[in-house]
Ligand binder design. Structure first.
Ligand code: PEP
Ligand code: MN
Length: 358
């Protein structure tokens, strides 16, 4: 249920409603940033009724939340969630591009790629320090030294940083060194990790599990939000199907679906979605076209030497071309894409036919 307070409701009335909800053993959640003052009620199991809440002073209406996910639902919050990190806003007008290597391999590798993607217009730098690999014999990431390199990337380029956490210990470290904590597809239903992520004050990017339904994905987001962390970004990265021409099947229809039923921002990852570099650019373009709030792509200056996911890494030149193409699509949608090189790239593209790479 959602308790919508009348306007204006006094602070005392709001606090009284919260106290009453908690006195009945239910949980009260202030819904941030909406134009109305609203309090989400979860875990009530009938202990406090709609009528009891409606009778409290200052209450305007009670809205039943019909979806199984409550805090992530558009019924709870109509306005889209915008997550602000420095001057980067995820979920607003701007389409935000996240780029970087699959894994942080060395300071040189990370800095070279960071300068290249920043120059092309990326706003957020990605790079794994803890890599959940299918084989235990594959490169597992540099761990904490990798996070130290990410901190240097942030210091020297001003890029916002994101990295994956695989357990509670790495989550605390990622939250200390980076701006955004990533929860990978393999951990989408690691409920203790989700709860731990809910207790950090850093934004969390939650990737869709490789066989998760949209409802399961949003319920996973709910675990994070229940702990008071409402800064959740969803990331569609493809699901496992019988298809063999791609690594996963990128479910682009998930984007408008999620945007319809949830207020959370959604990002598309065509790198893990396709697994092949020649398919990344077309699917990135499609991701923006279907309404994603951002794109996450893997970039490596020497893909043939990459310690993980080299076959799906764009070269810096391919990334530059992609940014230019996204700039054109974003303009058609009436959205924005920021970045130092984009104005130049758009000018370069204007009036040119056949501008899209194959
Ligand atoms: C990643 O983004 O580095 C990653 C491992 O992706 P996923 O969890 O989607 O497989
Ligand atoms: Mn990868």
């Amino acid at each position: 249920m959602l308790v919508v307070m009348g306007q204006p409701a006094t602070r005392e009335q709001i606090e009284h409603v919260i106290a009453e909800i908690e006195r009945h053993g239910a949980q009260a959640h202030s819904i941030p940033g909406d134009s109305r003052v609203a309090i989400g009620v979860t875990n009530h199991h009938g202990r406090i009724s709609r009528d009891q809440l409606q009778a409290l002073p200052g209450v305007s209406t009670i809205v039943p939340i019909t979806r199984p996910f409550k805090l992530a639902s558009r019924e709870t919050r109509q306005a889209r969630t915008v997550i602000q990190i420095g001057d980067v806003r995820i979920g607003g007008d701007e389409v935000v591009v996240i780029a970087g290597p699959c894994a942080i391999e060395s300071a040189d590798q990370a800095m070279t790629i960071a300068h290249a993607v920043r120059q092309a217009g990326a706003r957020i730098y990605r790079g794994g320090a803890y890599k959940p690999r299918t084989s235990p014999y594959s490169f597992q990431g540099l761990g904490r030294p990798g996070l130290e390199i990410l901190a240097r990337v942030r210091r020297e380029t001003g890029l916002v940083t994101i990295s994956e956490a695989v357990d509670n210990e790495s989550l605390d470290l990622v939250a200390e060194y980076c701006d955004i904590v990533q929860i990978g597809a393999r951990n989408m239903q690691n409920f203790s990790l989700l709860t731990h992520a809910g207790r950090t004050r850093k934004p969390v990017m939650l990737k869709r599990g490789m066989s998760a339904t949209i409802e399961e994905w949003l319920l996973a987001a709910e675990y994070i939000m229940m702990e008071g962390n409402h800064q959740v970004i969803l990331c569609e990265r493809g699901v496992r199907t019988f298809a063999q021409h791609t690594r996963n099947t990128l479910d682009l229809s998930a984007v408008p679906t999620v945007r319809w039923i949830s207020h959370l921002p959604v990002v598309v990852d065509p790198s893990h979605g396709t697994g092949r570099r020649e398919k990344v650019t077309p699917l990135a373009r499609a991701g923006v076209a279907v309404g994603a709030d951002g794109i996450m792509v893997e970039v490596h200056h020497k893909p043939e030497e990459a310690l993980s996911d080299g076959e799906q890494a764009l070269t810096p030149e391919m990334f530059d071309q992609l940014m230019w193409e996204l700039g054109i699509i974003v303009q058609a949608l009436g959205r924005k894409i920021e970045g130092p090189a984009v104005g130049y790239q758009l000018r370069r593209g204007l009036g040119v036919t056949g501008v899209f790479s194959s």
